[in-house]
Each structure stands twice: as C-alpha cells, then as structure tokens.
Unconditional design. Sequence first.
Length: 566
Amino acid sequence: MSGYLHRPPPPSHMAAPSLSFLNDRKVADLLDLPDELLLLILDRPAIVNKDLHALCQASRRLHDICLTICFTRFGIKNPQKQVKIVLTEDPHHTDPIPFLRISLSVTSIERLVLKFPACDSNICGLIRCVNRTSSLVKKLESVTKVILLFSNDTCYCCSNTYRIDQGTVQEWSNSMGVLMNTILERSCSSLVLKGGRCLGHLFAFRRIRPGSSKLINPIEAVKTFFSSSKSGDVVEDVKRMPKVTKGENWEFKRAHNISLVLTNLSPAAQSNNKLKNLTIQSMMFLTPPLLQWTISAARFSELEQLHLANLSINHKCWPAIFDLLSNAAPDLTELSFSKVRQLDPPDLLKFVGTFPRLTSLTLNREVDSLDSFNAGHFPDFPNLMTLHAPANWVFKLLSAQQRGLESLENLCITYKLRNEGFSHWLRPFPSPSIPSLLRDHLRPLMLCLEVRLGDSPAWRMFEDMNAVPSSNPDNSCLDLINSITLLIEEEFVKTDMPLLTILPRWLSIFPALRLLTVTGHNSYIEANDMFESIIDIVKAKKLHLQHLEVNGKEAEFVRNSSKTET
C-alpha cells in the first residue's frame, strides 16, 4: 500500500506535458460569438422568456439581442410605434410588460393597446392586471394613443358568489385612478375606452324633483364639498372640480351597502393633460366611481373630438350624462354617435346644439330615435362643415334650416336601397326631397351616398336604371354625387341576378362619381374577387372613377387621353 501511495515519478521521456501554454490562449465566451450565432443559440424553444429576461439584464449586447427575440415572439414589430398586450389572470403567464419595462430604447409608444382579461372569479385579478399596466405606463416618457379593452361579461357587484366590500371598491378606484392619471401625465392625446361593466351597478341613477332633496346643515355641506367620499379624501381643486353625483333634478344613489367613492383626476394629470380625442364605448366610465375621472379629464383638457359608441343607458339618464359632457367640453369641434341606444330625440338635439364650434357631426344608423317624429327644434349649426347622417334625419334638418347650413362642405347621407328616398335622386319627385332641398340651397358640396344594399340589390338597381329618364332634367342633382359607399350586410337571395352584371350600368348613372367604396362580407363577395372585378369593370366600361376601395384594398386610377392605368 505504501509503495502504491509513494510510487516514483515516471521517466523523463514519459513526463506529462507542461500546461503553461494554455495560460497564453484566450478562452472564448458567449459574448465573443457573432450576433447571427447568438440569435441561433438563444432563439430556441428551450430558451424560455424568463431566461431571456435575465439575460437582457446581463449586458448591453445581450439586452438588445434578447429583447429583439422576445418582441418577435410577442408579435411586436416596432415597440416604439405600436404595442398590443393581452393580459391574463394567470400570474405565471409571461407577457411583454417585463421586457418593455427594462428596455433601454423604448421610452415612448405611439399606440398602446391593452386588453384586460374577464377575471370571472373576482375583481382582484383584474386589479392586479391594472396595476401591472400602470407600472409600464409609468416607465414611459410619453404615449400618444391608448386603447383600453375590457371584458363585457362581468360586473362583480351583482355576483352571488363574490361580495364586494368597501375596501375592494376603494382599491379598484385607486388602481384605475393611477392608471388613467398616469396615461394623461404621459401626454396622451387620444384615448379609447371600450367594454367593461366593472362595478357599474354600485350606484343607481334616480330622477328627483327640483328642490325636493333633503336639506343638510352648513357644516355637513362644507364637509361634503371638500371631500370626495366618506373616507375624507380632499379634492385638490374644489372650486373647479365638476360634481357628477347630483344635478338639479337627478342624482346617483348607492344600490349596495357601499359608501360613495369617486376616482379623481390627479394634479399632475390635470396640469399635463393633452387629451384631444376621447372615445367612450364603456358604460363603467359613465357611472361612479369612474364617471368623476371621465368628466374631469374632459374638463381639464382641450378636448376637440368626442365619440360615443356601443352604449345603452336608460333614457332618463341620458340628459344628465349629456349635461355633464357638454359642461366639461363646451368647445368640441367633432362629435360622433354609433350604436347608442334608448335616446329621446329632444335630448339628442339639445346636446348636439350645445356646441357652437361644432364642425363635424356623425350619426350612424344604429343611433336610436333618429327616425322619430318628435325630434323637436333643430339647431342652426353655423360652423358645421361635415355631416354624416341617415336620410330621414338629413331631410328634417335641411327642411328646418332657414340659412341652409351655410358652412357645410361635405355631406354623407345613409340610405337603404329600398324605401328610404334613394330613388328621389334618380327620378322626379313632386314633394320636397333631399335633392330638391340641396338644389334650392345653391351650394357646392362634396356629396357622398352611403347605400345599404339589402338582400336583392341587383334587381333594385335594374329597376332604378329603367326609371331614370333618358335625358336628365336640368334640375337633376346627380352631378353632385362624387362618392358612393356600398354596405353589404345581408346574404343576397338566390333569385337575385349577379351584382357585377348590373353594377357597371348602375354606376354610370352618376356622371360625377369619382370614389367608390365597398365594405362588408357575404358568400357572394367571398366567391367573387370584387376588387379585381371592379378594376376590370372600370377599365372596360370607361367609368370616371379615380379611387376604389374594397374592404381596405385600395386602387387609384390615373386617366390619360388614350388609356386607363391603375
């Protein structure tokens, strides 16, 4: 054993080689590899996003390479231009937020889309998602446009399995307040609020008689005036902060055992508010607690464009909402309604008439009460330059106008191909109609007809063509129509003739037509390449179109003396 332990060294010719030369060689590490090889190594399914997140913080070079890999995985082509984040309730799910937060190059985003999960179990998961998005927005220096998408399925306050308490409501209000205020603090100019019922039923709207409210003593009045809730949160700018819980003949009353909580606009958001365009497609932003923030954000901004869509409110509540909005943003120049339900005609007209600087008004067909006979008095619209509305509403407006909408330049009228007066453009009509009223006003207009085709458009177009006089009378207004939009919303019946066989002759009725737009889908559109077919029609029939758009695909036609090019 001792001989084994103390074995003599080998002969000199068998001695182990010296390792000193290895000290002179440079050992290659990961950063010595070229970028192309690093991408091949790191961009593998085995390298998960959590590992890439750690590598991003190891060095500047790995930071850039790993972020590029991760943004590609999340479908983000240019994070400074557009970022869409779909959040989930699962805390172990990885999304782009951690990578955007540590990114050294992404300091501003032009268009940020945040889609929040339904979180059916309880609202706490949604609050966590809101807090995570707030941490991202706080990291940015600026964001131009923000779109918030909420689920429409759950309100939480009416759930039988999950009880909302005062603390949860306060936490929700605080979390949403931080997110919304941070968005404005980052100089957001365009904000879209879509979907969501979160805590939308905590407070019920009630009409009251003027002077019927219970009197309170002066001390309570002062406390109420200087506080936004029973928690005693002092409003920063009491003299100017709008009051959204009670009006002259209406109020929001709590429907649950929850004290009033309001989400206020922060001083920093108030001073740095650059909001110009606001789109509201969410009921929860028109009820407490978020209603306070919505009205304050509009009031302390230079809001120019307001879009209301996909809203259904009790008809008794609309006047209160309209009063709050008109007082908060009296200088609106553009106003748009789409799929707004339960409106009374006088309330709509009164609201629209409160904006003296209004230059653009859009009323889509899905707005309730536009066809009502008790619309009331129409405003004068002295500065209105662009109007988009259904035919019945336009006719009433033109009939009521004594000065003839003196600033109007662009008029888009929505018709059904049947039974809404579209044929008045094609044949003489003894009673007053939109064409005759426009002729009487003697004003040059850029006129667009938006036509809903229905289920048998080709036969209807054939009947219209046969009804048009061979030589148009001198008082015809067909030469005013320079743009037509065809809306396809129904399946065509099998007995109808093919649309493309009659469409060229029908389009030739309008001598000044320069722009044609086709939108919508059905089996006929899917079976025929409408875009290429209409291009061929334009070339063959020598129509005077200059621009064509079919479901987003565009073509321009350049006219020469002998040929047509696209």
